[in-house]
Write a protein that binds this ligand. Sequence first.
Ligand code: 45D
Length: 158
Amino acid sequence: MSTITTNSAPELVRAFQALEVDQQLALFYFIYKEMGNSVTPAAPAASTVSPEIAEGLFNQIKELSHEEQLQLQRELINRQDNQLTRQYGALSDTTKLLVWYYLAQGMDNGTIIPMPADYQLVEAAEQLMSQIKSLDFEQQITLFRDIVAPMGVDSTQG
Ligand code: 45D
């Protein structure tokens, strides 16, 4: 028997991070699909987002083979040190989110490795998904920022 509890934002972040890497990727993509058109990256004017910088990193990832693209996304989550995870680590949190948004769009237009059609979320990921769905839009954005912020490698640390 599983119970669905309402977790606070830090608990949701921890629950996300507790999932296996591939489950994190899959859940994140399903969330993106769920959000549909509620995200409009066309209006980043007043925020700290740098679309050119996000695009610059995205374009480098796009050049990789599909296998390497998947590997790189896993490395971002695992904070493995390489040139691209460092570039990512140097971005503002909102710009990091925009990189993920571009990756998800890339999955839909065939430039980034797609999800296998039959990929299943584990129970813990399903539960997290329904909790995230119940948040309002602002809370979701905050949560996603908190999820993508620690990914990659910040070369100014340690
Ligand atoms: O074979 O203020 C598996 C901005 C394993 C603008 C896999 C914004 C098996 C400024 C791992 C499943 C737009 C930034 C394969 C705001 C297997 C601003 C592959 C908001 C192949 C507020 C899995 C932005 C893969 C927002 C490749 C809200 C998974 C952005 C990849 C939200 C998953 C972005 C990806 C979201 C998920 C992005 C790329 C939710 C991306 C999700």
